[in-house]
Design a protein around this ligand. Structure first.
Ligand SMILES: [Zn+2]
Ligand SMILES: [Zn+2]
Length: 152
């Protein structure tokens, strides 16, 4: 069996995480990596113990579901909760991060963002990444990886 690349390995993890999402509008997964090690993961969902969009419907204000914490922020907060530094880390996300997540990513000291799918890419986010010297790269995810795992 052909060896999976690092990019595809971490993106596969993010896609797997997205299956835990509880929001029906978009399922997102994020994996934070340091020195080629997964240090945290997140998906978009409600706060712990809160109602889920899949049960109660989305809580939509101004065309955004406000119930969920986004995958990227959940992954960063997991690091905060357990005292794991994010400075100099990389993040692999299923979708291009929204503007608030972009700001959190930069402020957490994350230096590279790899995303599988474009999603409402905000020009101000692009500008902020550039100013902060954050490397942003579109890495399409090879979905056939999941099929390969089960055909081993
Ligand atoms: Zn929702
Ligand atoms: Zn976001």
């Amino acid at each position: 069996m052909e060896r999976i690349s690092w990019h595809q390995y971490f993106l596969a993890q993010s896609h797997l995480l997205s299956f835990r999402s509880t929001c029906t509008r978009l399922t997102v997964g994020a994996t934070i990596v340091r020195d080629k090690r997964i240090i945290a993961g997140g998906y978009n969902g409600s706060i712990a113990g809160g109602e889920h969009c899949i049960d109660e419907g989305c809580y939509v204000i101004d065309n955004h579901c406000v119930r969920t914490i986004h995958a990227e922020v959940n992954a960063i907060l997991q690091c905060a909760k357990f005292g794991v530094p994010t400075n100099g880390a990389e993040i692999y996300v299923t979708h291009y991060p929204c503007l608030p997540c972009c700001k959190s990513i930069i402020q957490a000291g994350i230096k590279s963002v790899y995303y599988a799918e474009d999603y409402k890419n905000h020009p101000y986010a692009e500008e902020l990444y550039e100013k902060a010297g954050v490397h942003v790269e579109h890495v399409p995810f090879d979905k056939s990886i999941f099929a390969k795992i089960f055909s081993k």
